[in-house]
Design a protein around this ligand. Structure first.
Ligand code: CNA
Length: 347
């Protein structure tokens, strides 16, 4: 259950209080026209996708036990060039289609249908915002996504069906560029450590000046430049953090924190807004896309798995892939994330 919201010592100036009732009242007022969101992996954990940093269930804690030079190596471009197998093993587990959007994703579609959503900035690569029905032009996938892919050398786009087939085949095939004389490695357009963020991200940052409300959900706010977006809204714009734990620096009078699971807090907020039935109806609709995908991948309906089970499975598969790779290539890459990370995407 969520802790009651609280903010800095000063009384809020724009909101009437620091609880969900006051937030809902503000959202329904004429003063609140442009809502901006910042999302992180925590909005997708209830879909069964592990985040990076939650102790125990986070991917990093689990990858740490594998024979990787460092856990982040799976998402580091220098390491990928030397050894793409760990990333593709992980990609197989995380590939879009297996996971259903959460109630929090459906809440975003409601913000849109109530003409409140200006932009949803997301760090997530799972495309669950789109699958929940949020229009593509409202989403900025700051760290890219699995939606498109290209050769890392000549940048030629690669066919979506072909990469899906390669990734999901029993024995993962590492996709290679089909241009004559290139044959470079193909990678989904996910931003790795060591790569720049999409132009669209940089272009849309200036819109934050128009924000009447910023809601930050399910992120540790440790990856920059994304994390610094919280400082780019106007000084008098209320900022709301919905997260399991307290993160970032929320000390302004109209900063409000709700600590707990985002699906629970979003439901409470929807109750205050009178949107609870709409939330359930919107979430109900998300089932269809998942079923279609499951059929496409010829998967039997799976029993519900906990995030712990999912992480254990991913780690085991990765362990297996690394063992196979060890046999093929005795020489282990030895780069460290600090050698290659560029200022664009840093922790
Ligand atoms: P993170 O650093 O793993 O932090 C996640 C945060 O969410 C933590 O503060 C958790 O306490 C919190 N959290 C976890 N579960 C919940 C919940 N149910 N309700 C509320 N809060 C919760 O992840 P960030 O997103 O901050 O880090 C940025 C990385 C993670 C980006 O580069 C992503 O690409 C990457 N990532 C994405 C996914 C995905 O697409 N679903 C999954 C794992 C990692």
């Amino acid at each position: 259950m969520s802790k009651p919201g609280y903010a800095a010592d000063q009384n809020p100036r724009i909101l009437e209080g620091n609880d969900l009732k006051a937030l809902a009242k503000y959202m329904k007022s004429d003063s609140c026209q442009n809502v901006f969101l910042m999302l992180g992996a925590g909005v997708s954990t209830s879909a069964g996708i592990p985040d990076f940093r939650s102790p125990g269930t986070g991917l990093y804690a689990n990858l740490a036990r594998l024979n990787l030079p460092f856990p982040e190596a799976v998402f580091e471009i220098g390491f990928f060039k030397k050894n793409p197998i760990p990333f593709y093993t992980l990609a197989k587990e995380l590939y879009p289609g297996r996971f259903r959007p959460t109630h929090t994703h459906s809440f975003i579609t409601l913000l849109h249908s109530h003409s409140l959503l200006h932009t949803c900035f997301t760090q997530n690569i799972d495309t669950l915002e789109r699958r929940a029905g949020v229009p593509a032009h409202k989403i900025i996938e700051a760290h890219g996504s699995f939606a498109t892919q290209r050769c890392i050398d000549c940048k030629t786009p690669f066919d979506a069906d072909k990469i899906k087939k390669a990734v999901l085949s029993e024995e993962i095939e590492i996709p290679r560029c089909e241009r004559r004389r290139c044959k470079g490695l193909v990678k989904p357009d996910i931003v790795f450590f060591g790569e720049g963020l999409p132009d669209q991200f940089h272009k849309s940052i200036r819109n934050l000046r128009k924000a009447d409300l910023l809601i930050v959900l399910g992120t540790s706010l440790t990856v920059h430049p994304f994390a610094s977006l919280v400082d780019l809204v106007p000084n008098d714009c209320p900022r709301v953090l919905i997260n399991l734990d307290e993160v970032g620096d929320f000390n302004k009078p109209d900063d409000v924190l709700f600590l707990g699971k985002c699906d629970d807090i979003v439901r409470e907020l929807c109750k205050e807004l009178g949107w609870e039935e709409e939330l359930d109806a919107a979430w109900e609709k998300t089932k269809d896309s998942l079923d279609a995908d499951k059929q496409e991948r010829e998967l039997e309906p799976e029993p519900e798995e906990s995030t712990e089970d999912e992480v254990e499975k991913i780690t085991k598969n990765l362990e297996q892939a690394l063992k196979v790779n060890d046999k093929n290539d005795e020489k282990q890459p030895s780069s460290k994330v600090s050698d290659v990370v560029q200022p664009e995407l840093v922790e």
